[in-house]
Design a protein around this ligand. Structure first.
Ligand SMILES: [Zn+2]
Length: 228
């Protein structure tokens, strides 16, 4: 009842196209979701994510298994939605994407193996600036849907890195190089790492390395989207 009243006075709008949402739509309208460049299935996504690592990080950590929902492109609606999630305080979007990822991952036997879910940490100064870590929001939504614990204190971000936007792949690599270190807590065996979007894979690779130093046996990866 209260929700309906609030809806009347403050109509919820779509994060992609800004039209009012239908009663059964959550944060993003059907038209926008239909416009997103979605991977045909989990296998296609796994291959595409690993291809990003093969291409950008010839030597280094690779995810054991990987999931991604979409590819995003210049000026597409998904890019606008992701921007709103990261910079405009639209943390509810992270929850929605977390449930979408759970639907994709939930179909596979791999879920049973994960001891826990770990979000890519954000430097505490950035958490203050943005008020929340979007990867953690996605991870908590995913964890709730899959019935897995979310651990946020296994790895810490050491350096306050510059924003990755506008940097070349090699600049990105050095920008995040050694940015993550184990916190000192021993890692459970099989980890599902959550990164909001994947561009070169260098951030995720750095976290994977820190998790392995902390004792993780395998690290798999889930992300909303790959840069095209
Ligand atoms: Zn829309």
């Amino acid at each position: 009842m209260l929700d309906e009243l609030l809806h009347l006075f403050y109509p919820r709008i779509c994060a992609g196209c800004h039209v009012p949402l239908a009663q059964d739509e959550r944060e993003i309208c059907r038209k926008c979701i239909a416009s997103f460049d979605r991977f045909s299935d989990a296998e296609a996504a796994d291959y595409a994510v690993k291809e990003v690592f093969r291409h950008n990080i010839p030597v280094g950590d690779r995810p054991e298994r990987a999931w991604a929902l979409y590819r995003f492109h210049e000026n597409d609606r998904l890019r606008r939605v992701i921007h709103a999630m990261k910079y405009d305080g639209e943390h509810r979007l992270g929850k929605v994407f977390g449930t979408f990822l759970a639907e994709m991952i939930g179909d596979t036997a791999a879920v049973e193996r994960f001891s826990c879910i770990v979000p890519v940490p954000l430097h505490r100064l950035k958490v203050i600036e943005r008020t929340y870590n979007q990867s953690e929001v996605i991870a908590r939504s995913l964890g709730e849907a899959l019935g897995k614990d979310v651990l946020v204190d296994l790895v810490v971000r050491k350096k306050y890195t510059r924003s990755q936007a506008g940097l070349s792949p090699s600049e990105r690599q050095s920008n995040v190089g050694d940015a993550f270190i184990p916190s000192g807590r021993v890692s459970p065996e099989n980890i599902l790492l959550v990164d909001d979007v994947l561009t070169t894979g260098s951030t995720a690779a750095s976290v994977m390395q820190a998790l392995r130093s902390a004792g993780a046996g395998t690290v798999s990866l889930a992300t909303i989207a790959l840069a095209a």
